[in-house]
Design a protein around this ligand. Structure first.
Ligand code: LHQ
Length: 265
């Protein structure tokens, strides 16, 4: 599929996906969402991709739903703009795909992340942000509620008090604040963001990809379940990880006192 609203570039085993509507701070249209879902689907299938960087073109990361396309919607006879179905068919699919793709997603937040744009950040696995980046739960400012996983991710990441403050006020926080609150892993100088993201993604791409996939599965499961069930699930994942070539290579390399060479199998 040729993309109109995304740029993709592969360097070694690292795929970079860039949201590319810079004039609108990469606000998400239906086209962008469809393309992004497709890009993650292809990346999931491609054995040559072992880590993904998600970033935005220009001065914004993603300003959430494109509000111009929202305004063009015509209510039906019950006054519905079809938001429920829209979410179920687009954002919800995208967020689930990001959480279930068995490869690490490094997000490089290059500017403002608002509304569902902030959900994209939270659905990623490792989060770097430029000093000039910022974050806001913009929804309440336009009479909506946090969606695309924001109500699920945000209290888990920064705690309920801070999450409620962000959601109820819609106030913008800086990258520095986001780091202090544990929303992101690290703030880096603007001009070093992409180099740092590439270094981290390359490190990830050289690791046993299957392990990373099982770790994601385990964390997804553990966050929603009891310790007892999580212990059981960990044992299931370890059973699978123990069967991989990369695991055998890791043990052999350790015992032979040499660096391992992981193949993602
Ligand atoms: C935009 C947008 C935008 C279009 C900036 N759309 N053009 C799901 C399903 C169903 C329904 C609705 O929602 C959802 C999920 C959601 O994500 S709801 C939340 C939607 N997002 C927002 O409410 C954020 C709206 N944007 C803003 O508040 C500001 O633009 C932020 C704080 C992000 C950035 O402010 P500034 O740095 O001052 O930039 P700006 O406002 O000047 O924007 C630059 C341009 O981008 C401007 O266009 P223009 O042609 O005038 O230069 C904006 O109109 C455009 N833009 N966000 N979401």
């Amino acid at each position: 599929m040729a993309y109109e609203t995304l740029l993709t570039e592969q360097e070694g085993a690292v795929l970079t996906i860039t949201l590319n509507r810079p004039d609108k701070l990469n606000a998400a249209t239906d086209e962008l969402l469809t393309e992004l879902i497709d890009a993650f689907k292809q990346a999931g299938r491609d054995e040559g991709v072992r880590a993904i960087i998600l970033t935005g073109a220009g001065r914004g990361f993603c300003a959430g739903q494109d509000l111009a396309s929202v305004q063009a919607r015509v209510p039906d006879e019950r006054g519905s703009l079809g938001y429920g179905d829209h979410l179920r068919h687009t954002y919800n699919q995208l967020i689930k795909r990001m959480r279930t793709i068995e490869k690490p997603i490094v997000v490089a937040v290059n500017g403002v992340a608002a509304g569902a744009g902030m959900s994209l950040v939270m659905a990623s696995d490792l989060r770097l942000a430029a000093e000039s980046a910022s974050f806001l739960q913009a929804f309440v400012k336009i009479g909506l509620v946090p969606d695309s996983g924001s109500t699920w991710f945000l209290p888990r990441l920064i705690g309920q008090a801070r999450a409620m403050e962000m959601m109820l006020t819609g106030r913008r926080i800086s990258a520095e604040q986001a780091e202090a609150w544990g929303l992101i892993n690290r703030v880096v100088p603007d001009d070093q963001l992409m180099a740092e993201a590439h270094a981290l993604a390359q490190e990830m791409a050289a690791l046993p990809t299957k392990s990373i996939g099982y770790i994601k599965r385990g964390v997804n499961f553990a966050t929603t379940t009891s310790l007892e069930e999580a212990l059981d699930f960990e044992a299931d994942m370890q059973e699978l990880a123990g069967r991989t070539e990369d695991h055998k290579e890791g043990v052999a390399a350790f015992l032979e006192k040499r660096p391992p060479e992981y193949k993602g199998r």
